[in-house]
Ligand binder design. Structure first.
Ligand SMILES: C[S@@+](CC[C@H](N)C(=O)[O-])C[C@H]1O[C@@H](n2cnc3c(N)ncnc32)[C@H](O)[C@@H]1O
Length: 222
């Protein structure tokens, strides 16, 4: 089955011999890719809704992987069990990802490795998770069609980050590279559009947005 570049990159970042819970698996394409990698990865595909899980079941059957991928119906981290070492939450808004983690603090404490790929509010996701028992182990960008996505890998542990590190990502700041530059050039453009649309009395928001543009320009020119 055809998998998009974003899911493929997430799959490639999963460590060999992992037991993964894919929260919000939808069609289970990631799980199918994971078990096909020959890296001895066990995949558990879970979703809050029955519709996507039906589709996941059909895809797994079509790929003759019945029995190789477990399917669990449930909200967020409720489908977690002890044997899982890696939880993947991708393709959702950052606020939804934070909500899923907030709803189940007991399970969040148990997780050793988390792979998240929020569509937005990445900075808030990083802040929430780093204040709740994780540190940022790796960060990657991936281009999928016309979008560039962030993938953040967090591990159990503690590290302190500066505001700038939360904003850009501590690992991205070290690695940089062409996708970093392109991602932040787009961030400048979206902030310039925002500035042109903000009403006159939104002074603080305008000030903040200009400061962010300055900070991004400085970072991508370095
Ligand atoms: C846009 S799809 C993303 C699918 C896949 N993870 C990806 O990265 O392409 C979002 C999926 O998450 C599921 N979902 C949304 N909120 C959820 C929650 N709180 N717990 C479990 N699944 C959830 C939806 O039912 C949907 O199937």
């Amino acid at each position: 089955m055809k998998i998009n570049e974003r899911l493929k990159k997430i799959g490639d970042l999963v460590e060999a011999n992992s037991v993964c819970l894919d929260v919000g698996c939808d069609h289970a394409l990631l799980d199918i890719y994971l078990v096909r990698l020959n890296k001895n990865i066990k995949a558990i595909a879970s979703d809050i809704a029955e519709g996507p899980l039906e589709q996941a079941k059909n895809n797994i059957k079509r790929e003759r992987l019945d029995g190789k991928i477990e399917i669990r119906l449930g909200a967020g981290l409720d489908t977690y069990s002890d044997e899982i070492d890696t939880v993947i939450i991708s393709g959702m808004g950052g606020r939804n990802i934070i909500g899923i983690c907030k709803d189940n603090p007991k399970v969040l404490k148990e997780i050793k490795s988390l792979i998240v790929s929020p569509n937005n509010y990445q900075e808030d996701v990083k802040k929430y998770l780093c204040k709740n028992g994780f540190y940022i182990h790796n960060e990657e960008f991936v281009r999928d069609k016309k979008f560039i996505y962030q993938i953040i890998i967090l591990k159990k542990g503690k590290k302190k980050y500066t505001k700038k590190e939360y904003f850009f990502g501590p690992i991205f700041l070290i690695k940089k590279g062409p996708l970093f530059r392109e991602y932040y050039e787009r961030e400048i453009k979206s902030r310039e559009i925002l500035l042109s649309l903000l009403p006159k009395n939104y002074r603080y928001k305008k000030y903040q947005t200009r400061k962010e543009i300055e900070m991004i320009k400085k970072e991508i020119e370095d």
